[in-house]
Design a protein around this ligand. Sequence first.
Ligand code: NAD
Ligand code: TYD
Length: 332
Amino acid sequence: MKILITGGAGFIGSNFIHYLIHTRPDWEIVNLDKLTYAGNLANLKDVEKDPLYKFIKGDICHPADVKKAMAGCDMVVNFAAESHVDRSIEEPGSFLRTDILGVQVLLEEAKRIGVKRFVQISTDEVYGSIAKGAFKETDSLNPSSPYSASKAGGELLARSYWVTYGMPVIITRAANNIGPYQYPEKVVSLFATNALENKELPVYGDGLQVRDYMHVYDHCTALDLILKEGKFGEIYNIGAGNEMPNLEMAKFILRELGKPERLIRHVTDRPGHDRRYALDCKKLRALDWQPEYDAEQALRDTVRWYAENRWWWEPIKSGEFRQYYERMYGKR
Ligand code: NAD
Ligand code: TYD
């Protein structure tokens, strides 16, 4: 089996590569990644010498890069994306390019060479916000940000290749992931590393927005199952049911690290901020999947990883990140 992982130098992609190397030691893995600000080969330092793993630096929007990387592959899992809502509010163009056009370039090449399975990694954010209950795969899409609108475009295109050309496409919509190697712009990695540096935790608005904070390991086990048993043309929600309001999450992180609650600072809210995400995951659970981590376990494991791996995040926070932080939070 030869599998193409795109965006494998990012947070979830690199965790999935680690997962596959442990669970499928005979699979050949190709990682195509552009190495944007969010791509980091340090995430894969321990696997780079594996003879069955190959890294290719390239862009999913460039047909020549995609052709080279996909050659001989049986399966494709597309993680590559611009992934941060706040950056999409600042500059939507790169989101439309990678998250929609890039998907089309991948689908075209996969069609041309007859890939046997194409998994498009999408997000719960395509549904928009839900006050009560949980979204089912059949619910309508109401994305709120340029990020989620682009992801909706990418997955609709993937679905159209199933309907029109009978391509073996599967779409997954995952909840907020947390865990090792997450670029410290996302809330949990930002709050954990800020707390470790005795810096403030910027909570947007009242902090009562709710997210399902799922451990990335649980996302990996779900994807593994979907690769084996998922049906073509189907959509699978992937969530752990770990709902927690942001303010509670911030307080939990501070308690875990023995830091004072006065580090919490309420700042101006995000425009178009979705209040709550929640997924109905009966379809995935019917495949006999269940998460290993509840909310507190997932947060505790994540916070511990950042406390023990300063070598990984300290260089990131001293680079491009500083200008980003100033732009995003300086006047907030
Ligand atoms: P990330 O930002 O950490 O990583 C994205 C990776 O894609 C980076 O390595 C980057 O270099 C690469 N990339 C970006 N543009 C590229 C291009 N044009 N060509 C090739 N590579 C490119 O993102 P993540 O958090 O690991 O998310 C991975 C996927 O999962 C994304 O598709 C995202 O929409 C989806 N997702 C993420 C979450 C989450 O909580 N992080 C939840 C649900 C779905
Ligand atoms: P984020 O990690 O950006 O994921 P998403 O918006 O894609 O769900 O944000 C998660 C939640 O945390 C969201 O409600 C916004 C909030 N948040 C803050 O309160 N402060 C921050 O500095 C960030 C980045 C996010």
